[in-house]
Design a protein around this ligand. Structure first.
Ligand code: G1P
Length: 292
């Protein structure tokens, strides 16, 4: 079975739900405690053996490209000041040269269109899609668990997780059947942003996918769906007729940084989990809570 080497990261979104914070800073670059939100997703990808990161980007997102480059002045200054541990830490975060590609989406036509923009860079091999708004924490990380399952079943895999019924209209929602191998379930259907009445379940598509390259052909002629956008969910629903789809039920912690409160939750949770600062953060949060 072809090894999963590439991950597509759609990062062209304007982050309107987090304005004004995202007016000049890409939402993926907002710090979640001591590192940009995107770093957590890249770490998850790397832990799953991903070798190449394809960023589908847009105007005003140049900071993302700069972040994955070495910063010569910063490196030289840290070196001159003898801050070698910090320098080593920064260098360790940098993907090897040639392992990041950037392509522009040009127009905000939807997630399906964003993924389609990566077709030439992905080529004819299975690939991951990782939605960087979602920071997913578990050991082993979510995508690594999906890669293990994929080695057993092949096909397409979507991470899903239960949400309260009143939240189904915010997400893609799936319909699942019985066990399909690798600890997963058969995917029987999916619908993007259904009403509560239309939703086949309360299992939402949570932002990690392993897809076969066939999806690109379907995305090429996919019409607009929910919200007037070209939806990845709609193209996957069409592919489902011909190709196996599995639902991977993720049981770790998922933080949706795409809203202000979700971002706050991610920030607090990841500060609490920080190996060096977690206990100080806990003491600070407890002291705050006592004053409420
Ligand atoms: C996208 C997907 C949706 C998924 C969601 C997870 O929606 O289209 O299926 O459930 O991400 O965050 P968006 O958040 O871009 O509207």
């Amino acid at each position: 079975m072809a090894k999963l080497r590439k991950a597509v990261l759609p990062v062209a979104g304007l982050g309107t739900r987090v304005l004004p914070a995202t007016k000049v800073i890409p939402k993926e670059m907002l710090p979640v405690f001591d590192r940009p939100a995107l770093q957590y997703v890249i770490d998850e990808a790397a832990a799953a053996g991903i070798e190449h990161f394809v960023f589908v980007t847009g105007r005003n997102k140049g900071a993302i490209e700069d972040y994955f480059d070495s910063a010569f002045e910063l490196d030289a200054t840290l070196h001159a000041k003898g801050k070698t541990a910090l320098l080593d830490e920064l260098r360790a975060l940098l993907p090897e040269a040639g392992r990041c590609s950037f392509v522009r989406q040009q127009a905000p036509l939807g997630l399906g269109h964003a993924v389609w923009c990566a077709r030439d860079l992905v080529g004819d091999e299975p690939f991951a899609v990782m939605l960087p708004d979602m920071i997913m924490v578990s050991d082993p990380p979510c995508l690594a668990q999906m890669v293990t399952a994929h080695a057993q079943t092949g096909g397409n895999i979507i991470s899903v997780e239960a949400v309260p019924p009143e939240d189904v209209s915010k997400y893609g929602i799936v319909d699942v059947g019985g066990p399909s191998g690798g600890g997963m379930k058969t995917l029987k259907g999916m619908v993007e942003k259904p009403t509560m009445a239309e939703a086949p379940s309360n299992l939402m598509i949570s932002g990690r996918y392993i897809l076969q390259p066939r999806i690109f052909k379907l995305l090429a002629d996919q019409g607009a769906g929910a919200g007037g956008e070209i939806q990845l969910t709609d193209a996957m629903a069409r592919l489902m007729g011909d190709d196996a789809f599995h639902a991977f039920e993720f049981t770790g912690r998922t933080y949706d940084t795409g809203s202000k409160i979700g971002y706050l939750e991610a920030y607090l949770a990841l500060a609490l989990e920080h190996p060096d600062h977690g206990s100080e953060a806990a003491a600070m949060i407890k002291a705050f809570a006592e004053k409420l």
